[in-house]
Design a protein around this ligand. Sequence first.
Ligand SMILES: Nc1nc2c(ncn2[C@@H]2O[C@H](COP(=O)(O)OP(=O)(O)OP(=O)(O)O)[C@@H](O)[C@H]2O)c(=O)[nH]1
Ligand SMILES: [Mg+2]
Ligand SMILES: [Zn+2]
Length: 333
Amino acid sequence: MAKRRLTDQQKGRIQAIQEKRRQRLDQKVSQSLASTGDNPTHEGRIIIRHGATLGVMDHLGKLYRCQTRQHIGHPVCGDRVIWQQVDEKSGVVTALLPRKSVLSRPDYSGRHKPLAANISQLVIVLAPKPAPSGYLLDQYLVTAETIQVPPLIAVNKIDLLEDEEEMRFYQQLDPYKIIGYPVIGVSAKAAHGLDALIDRLKGETSILVGQSGVGKSSLINALLPAHEAETGRLSEATGLGRHTTSAATCYALPQGGELIDSPGVRSFRLTDLSRQELERGFREFRPFLGQCRFHNCTHTHEPECAIQAAMANDDISALRLENFHRLSQTISG
Ligand SMILES: Nc1nc2c(ncn2[C@@H]2O[C@H](COP(=O)(O)OP(=O)(O)OP(=O)(O)O)[C@@H](O)[C@H]2O)c(=O)[nH]1
Ligand SMILES: [Mg+2]
Ligand SMILES: [Zn+2]
């Protein structure tokens, strides 16, 4: 008991010290926001964003805790920026460079907020446990199609499945494989299938997305033996503590490529999407779009519906069409 209390006390003290240090750093950076005028500018990469604080990496791989000027937009993990050094550990971001892609996610109010930028691959992580939830996979795939970032479906925790269960799990994904989405099986715990995953990550900036608990951070751990050291370095540079899973965080892979860990979701709504975008987000619908008798066909009950006909012809799976209908009820456009 006594020992436990002491530990809690120590923890509190450490937290207080960290908080003070954070405040001092913030103060210094705020003061310097006004006074970096002539400091040399550098190009850098946002590795993590936490509130208003950014972890910026310079071209040598050194991390700086930065704040950002108000007017430049909302830099996020993966963004390329221009920044000015304030002191040996901190700086100010002064410009956001153009993005190749951006992945957004609705916040609690339903407004889309950027989560990561300049990604070239969306790795959707599924697992037998927690079981895949409804049409979350379809939502991610629609997102990938809309932002034009190719997806990869990664089934993690295959160590939990016996042969037959494994087969059944993959069978659920057959409709996705048929329409061209790559599916791979891995186990972060048993270090299984990691080479195939690494092959697909090489040369890409990939983000791991999926339900909370499917093992995104565990995969990062398995792929990055130096991960612990890296998070330590990150927390030191940003003063954000060791647990960075609450924010998207970018890691460099030893084999080449970058991997972004992102906080898990339970579900999200594609509120910002138009009906047309949703239709195009189901890639196998595309050859049939515009061919229904009615231009505003909902593909449910209308006569001469090309989508319904394609389903009857096995060109569109009943499951995907059902998920489309469920999703079309959630969008505003
Ligand atoms: N059996 C098994 N368990 C795993 C595997 N990968 C991860 N886990 C376990 O699953 C749990 C969740 O793993 P995390 O890596 O924290 O999951 P996450 O997706 O990062 O979760 P959030 O950060 O909440 O989004 C942990 O208890 C892991 O030990 C795996 O391949 N096999
Ligand atoms: Mg995590
Ligand atoms: Zn139709």
